[in-house]
Design a protein around this ligand. Structure first.
Ligand code: ADP
Length: 491
């Protein structure tokens, strides 16, 4: 039967607010809770259990037991894959409910949330397929020996995720970790605790043994920090703010934990005069306004070749003014609220800085209404490279237009940032495209497209945008230890 995907989903029911430890839903040791909000209205949706160090310790112990002695420790790789396939199927069967939860708690439009859910299922399936293909090698060595390598799980993995793509970040972290045979203690973001809880229920339903997946909601400074500091956690995988990553790296040094980081960006999106301008305008618009600019890859530095600057900017402004803001659960809404009052205030502060430093505000710049945390799509023109709005990650619907004249000039300016997550170029000139792709310091480069990220392609940052890679085969390296075995042969 054809699905009416454009319908408004039913308001989701909150089944679960507690901590998941050892496949049981439990209260925190100290019994704390925190409120979680609907950012479209500012209203409280639920009280959620707030874990702290004692709960992290219980979860780590459960994860350790599962790793060393539970059914997971002896499960063959193909069966680990089957569990991930089962979970992917459950995600698809419950996609409407999960998407609605994501939208209600994080302000994501229901259309974007539905897109995320398909991506979540794809990611879990992709890593399900890897489970029985993670192989070592036989290595020809000198002497009468047989040397081979084994790829073994790193161990108990602590995973800390942000609020902008809660379920996708969960899938990017669970997928490779579980495929490789690790056990997981995850701390979701305090702004968006609900969808991960529903995934915890689905993981139990899929048949993951007790202790393999544990979920501790709570705050970064308490639950998150305790996970990083815990001596029996072998690795931390973190997605979030660069300043938090610095704290985590310092703390992880105490126990020399492995750590991978996926952080922010100030991505250059470069439009040449010889590009297909229809595509480039649409692409630049999507690059900055997708999920209200709350994307680590947001194309927030928009370099436009001087020759087409005026016409390009005019068209971008028209589109920004026409964008429909509103209730994210209404399928006709194009942009929902920012995730929190704190984020909204931060964005508006950057708008003030942009004005004060002399950038030209072409459209937007204000809050919309006084209920919920909505911010107008905003465009600054004539931005200079040194201005705060051209240097800092704003994480909102604010784009800085920076005119340029020459290829060499724009490559140098594109790289003049401490970040290096993503970059894009729009041109029909193949030489320019490949030159830019080679020279730009970014983990992902798009040519005549933007935000095309697949489960199969490595994703991560140069410079202060991160360490390590997620997605694709690359992630498996970060979730396995490489062991060399050498056997004396009596031949
Ligand atoms: P954002 O600015 O996007 O909220 P954060 O880096 O503050 O980014 O948050 C991302 C995740 O990191 C969240 O789950 C948050 O709770 C967690 N976090 C914040 N501070 C710490 C910390 N000191 N140690 C561990 N995790 C933290």
């Amino acid at each position: 039967m054809a699905q009416t995907v454009a319908a408004r989903p039913p308001t989701p029911v909150i089944h679960q607010t507690r901590l998941l430890i050892n496949n049981e839903w439990v209260d925190p040791v100290e019994g704390g809770t925190f409120e979680t909000y609907n950012p479209a209205t500012g209203e409280v949706i639920a009280e959620v259990a707030a874990g702290n160090a004692a709960d992290i310790d219980r979860a780590v112990k459960a994860a350790r037991r599962a790793l060393e002695s539970g059914p997971w420790s002896t499960m063959n790789a193909a069966d680990r894959g089957r569990l991930l396939y089962e979970l992917a199927g459950l995600v698809e069967r419950n996609a409407e409910e999960l998407a609605a939860l994501e939208s209600l708690n994080g302000g994501k439009t229901i259309g974007d949330a539905r897109g995320d859910l398909q991506w979540v299922a794809n990611t879990l399936r992709y890593y399900a397929g890897w489970a029985d293909k993670i192989e070592g090698r036989t290595i020809p060595v000198r002497g009468d020996f047989l040397s081979y390598t084994l790829r073994q799980p790193v161990g108990v993995v602590g995973q800390i995720i942000p609020w902008n793509f809660p379920l996708l970040m969960l899938a990017w972290k669970w997928g490779p970790a579980l495929s490789c045979g690790n056990t997981v203690v995850m701390k979701p973001a305090e702004q968006t605790p609900l969808s991960a809880l529903r995934m915890g229920e689905l993981a139990i339903e899929a048949g993951f043994p007790a202790g393999v997946i544990n979920l501790i909601n709570g705050f970064g400074e308490t639950a998150g920090a305790a996970l990083v500091a815990h001596p029996d956690v072998d690795k931390i995988a973190f997605t979030g703010h660069v300043d938090t990553a610095k704290i985590i790296q310092r703390q992880a040094a105490e126990t020399l934990k492995r750590a991978t980081f996926e952080l922010g960006g100030k991505s250059p999106n470069v439009i040449f005069a010889d590009a297909d301008l229809d595509d480039a305008v649409t692409g630049a618009f999507h690059a900055i306004y997708f999920h209200g600019g709350q994307c680590c890859t947001a194309g927030s530095r928009l370099f436009v070749e001087q020759k087409v600057h005026d016409v390009f900017v005019e068209r971008l402004v028209d589109k920004a003014r026409a964008r429909r803001l509103g209730d994210p659960l209404d399928p006709s809404t194009e942009q929902g609220p920012q995730v929190s009052r704190e984020q909204m205030d931060k964005i508006l502060h950057y708008v003030d800085l942009g004005k004060a430093q002399g950038a030209k505000l072409l459209t937007g710049g204000d809050r919309v209404g006084d209920r919920g945390f909505f911010v107008e799509p905003t465009i600054f023109d004539d931005v200079k490279d040194h201005m705060a709005i051209a240097r800092d990650e704003i994480f909102g619907p604010v784009v800085s237009v920076l005119p340029f004249q020459k290829v060499e000039e724009v490559i140098e300016r594109a790289n003049n940032t401490s970040y290096g997550l993503a970059a894009a170029i729009w041109t029909k000139d193949i030489d320019k495209a490949h030159l830019f792709a080679r020279k730009v310091k970014a983990g992902t480069v798009w040519v005549n497209c933007y935000n095309v990220v697949d489960a199969n392609t490595p994703f991560g940052g140069f410079k202060m945008s991160g360490q390590g890679r997620e997605n694709g085969e690359a992630a498996l390296e970060h979730y396995t230890e490489l062991k060399t075995v050498t056997v004396k042969l009596n031949g």
